[in-house]
Design a protein around this ligand. Structure first.
Ligand code: ACO
Length: 323
């Protein structure tokens, strides 16, 4: 049977690092409050010349290089983002053009922080359906452009960045021993809209708008939703938490990550954490964390890796991969 195998990963971060202390004087906050409540110590913030398209392109080029491939080898680009360069055309098509691709096709997916998990699931289906052989799956965001920099309850939480990987059609036996994407579960529930949304858009205000969030409410739902969708993914694959080599969760808040891992019985040393360095980069957070853990040698061929995310909508989901 056809399996979607991971061939290479890449990451890109804006040049400028903003430390927690840099907020002091801007809003009433402190390094101590931010670290204690979130685990975040710094984040990267895009300059004017750094966009979702340019960061996505840079991450994609690194993933291609690490896979030993060129843009000619790719037939589909799926970009997960909620911060496109323009309302249209899709930023994925701009990345396609930046990579010099005149063949294949490209589109954006919007599921906020769960975007990359949705994009991986979609890319896997295109590959298994025979519509694509090699797919660039990218998560790229410039959430700094959506932030209300006078709102201390949100502006300290987010950062900009991009991560990417190449999925390639390969053969498997249809067992848990196969390499590639093995199982996935996706969920959404629009009744939670008001808890995390952007108060603008082309069809309502005609503006870009700002991110609004009831942080405590999001927190309250996050752990239960995350653990439910992961348990569904474990059941699908017939595995338990003990079988995992690595857990790569969405990097929103260290307390959410710790509570989810604890509830699932995933050992602390199997959890990849980058929220301290990047803040919450929405759809870029999972591929960024993943590419860092691959680059530093933690994730190795044969490892069973679980990706998970939850975000605005609410949307949430998990993907299980044999590396
Ligand atoms: N600095 C100092 N004080 C602050 C700050 C800040 N940056 N932000 C809020 N406060 C204050 C509040 O005003 C409040 O003060 P009050 O008691 O006088 O009213 C106090 O701190 C406590 O506020 P809470 O919102 O109850 O603090 P909480 O412990 O819930 O932490 C946080 C807030 C960090 C936002 C937390 O709720 C959280 O992480 N929620 C999840 C949100 C999230 O991660 N969203 C990302 C997208 S969804 C996802 O990716 C899962």
């Amino acid at each position: 049977m056809i399996r979607s195998i991971v061939r290479g990963t890449g990451a890109a971060l804006p040049r400028r690092i903003m430390k927690n202390a840099d907020f002091e004087g801007m809003v009433e906050t402190s390094d101590e409050w931010i670290v204690q409540r979130t685990g975040i110590r710094q984040r990267h913030i895009a300059a004017e010349d750094e966009t979702t398209a340019s960061l996505g392109e840079a991450a994609a080029r690194e993933a291609l290089k690490n896979a030993g491939l060129t843009p000619d080898d790719i037939d589909l680009i799926v970009l997960a983002t909620s911060t496109p360069n323009n309302t249209f055309p899709a930023t994925a098509v701009e990345i396609q053009q930046r990579l010099g691709m005149r063949h294949g096709f490209a589109f954006d997916m919007q599921a906020v922080c769960s975007g990359f998990v949705y994009a991986m699931t979609t890319a896997d289906l295109y590959i298994r359906g025979g519509l694509a052989k090699r797919v660039l799956v990218i998560g790229s965001e410039t959430f700094s452009r959506l932030l209300d920099w006078t709102d201390r309850s949100t502006c300290v939480l987010f950062g900009d960045g991009a991560g990417a990987l190449v999925l390639e059609a390969g053969e498997g036996e249809g067992t848990i021993a196969d390499h590639g994407v093995l199982a996935a579960s996706l969920r959404s529930d629009g009744t939670h809209r008001e808890k995390l949304y952007v108060d603008g858009g082309p069809s309502t205000t005609g503006t870009v708008g700002h991110l609004r969030m009831e942080g405590r409410e999001v927190f309250k739902h996050a752990v239960g939703m995350i653990t439910d969708v992961i348990e569904a993914t474990f059941d699908q694959a017939g595995i338990t938490a003990d079988d995992l080599a690595w857990f790569v969760p969405h990097q929103a808040n260290k307390r959410i990550i710790d509570a989810s891992a604890k509830k699932l019985g995933i050992a602390e040393e199997k959890v990849v954490v980058t929220v301290d360095l990047h803040g919450n980069t929405s759809a870029a957070s999972v591929p960024l964390a993943l590419s860092i853990a691959v680059a530093d040698g933690r994730i190795k061929r044969g490892d069973l890796v679980l990706l998970e995310a939850m975000g605005g909508g609410f949307t949430w989901g998990a993907v299980l991969i044999r590396w």
